[in-house]
Write a protein that binds this ligand. Sequence first.
Ligand code: NAD
Ligand code: HP7
Length: 321
Amino acid sequence: MNNFALIGAAGYIAPRHMKAIKDTGNVLLAAYDKFDSVGVMDSHFPDADFFTEFERFDRHVEKLKRTEKNIDFVSICSPNYLHDSHIRFGLRVGANVICEKPLVLNPWNIEALSRVEEEHGTKVYNILQLRLHPSIIALKKKVEEGPKDKIYDIDLAYITSRGHWYYTSWKGDISKSGGIATNIGVHFYDMLTWVFGKVKKNVVHIHTHDRASGYFELEKARVRWFLSINADTLPEAVKARGGRTYRSLTMEGNEIEFSDGFTELHTHSYQHILDGNGFGLEEARPSIEIVHDIRHMDPIGLKGDYHPLAASELTKHPFSS
Ligand code: NAD
Ligand code: HP7
C-alpha cells in the first residue's frame, strides 16, 4: 500500500484522483488546497489531514517523512501554471509525482524537472488518459498493423461546452491555463501524436478565447481539427437533443467511437503507474511542444485545409470581448 498526498483537493478533478487512490488500494494521508470546501474528502478518506496553508502542509509532509507514514506519491490537481512548482515540491520531499495535464506550460520546463528528478531519484508521471481509452488503443494497433507507408485522413471535432464561469476562472486566463488549446486540446494532440507519429507541419486557422482550429501533418496522418467550448458551435443535431458535448474522430471518413468511457480513466491511469508503467516527462514532451507552438502561432484564417466546423458563420465572426 502506498501513501499519497494531494494538492488542489477542492477542485473539479480532485475527487477522481481520490477515487483512483482508493480504488487502487492506497491511502490519502494529507491534502492541501487554498480553498477549504473539501467535504468530498469524507467520501473517500475521512481520516486524511487537510491544510489550507502551504507552509503547514509542507511541515506535515516533512514530519511524515521521519515516520513509517512516509509519502510515496504526491498527486497534483492544481491550476496548470502551478504544476511546475508543485512537482518540484513532490520530488523534494522524496515522493513520486502524479500530475494532471498539461504537465507544464513550456517545453523547457521539462528539462529543468528532469534534473530535479535525477537529484531526488523519484519520478514524475503525467495523466494522459486518452492513451488508456480502449478505442484509442485499438486505433493505435490498427495503424501499427496497417500498411507502413499509409497516410490517413483524420477529422477531429472536440466540443465540450462551458458556461461563463470558465472565462472568469483561472481556466480563462491564458497565463494560468495556456488557453483552450493548451488546457483541453492537449488531450487530443497527445493522442494524435501517440497514434500517428511526430508533427511535420502545424497550421492554426482560428484561435480565440472559446475555439481553435488547425491542420497537422503527422508522420502517418493529415489531421483537420476543431476545438470549442462554445455550445453555439455544436452541430444542430446535438443541440436539438440538448447535448452539450460532441467528440467526433473520423479516419478515412469512418467514425471511431470514443465519446464514452472517460470516467474510469483516472483509476486506469493510477493502476498503470502503480504497475510500473506510466507516462513520464519525456512522454509528455510532444504535446507540450505542440501547445507551446500553437499558443505562439498567428492564425492564418480559413485558408487551405480546414475542418468543416471551422467554417460556420459563428466561427467566421466569433464573439470576442
Ligand atoms: P479547479 O479550479 O476546479 O481546481 C483547482 C484547485 O486548485 C482549486 O480547488 C483551487 O483552490 C486549488 N488551488 C489554486 N491555487 C492553489 C495553490 N496555490 N495551492 C493549492 N491549491 C491551489 O480545476 P480542475 O478542473 O480541478 O483542474 C485541476 C487540474 O486538473 C488542472 O491542471 C487541469 O488542467 C486538470 N484537469 C484534468 C482533467 C482531465 O480530464 N485529465 C479534467 C479536468 C481538469
Ligand atoms: N465541468 C465542470 O463543472 N467544471 C469543470 O471545471 C470542468 C467540467 P467534460 P472533462 O474544462 O478544464 C475536460 O467535458 O473531460 C462539467 C478536459 N478533459 O467531460 O472532465 C462540464 O461542464 C480537461 O482536461 O470534462 O474535462 C460537464 O457538465 C479540462 O481541464 C461535465 O463537467 C476540463 O475539461 C463533464 O465535462 C476543463 C478532457 O477533455 C478529457
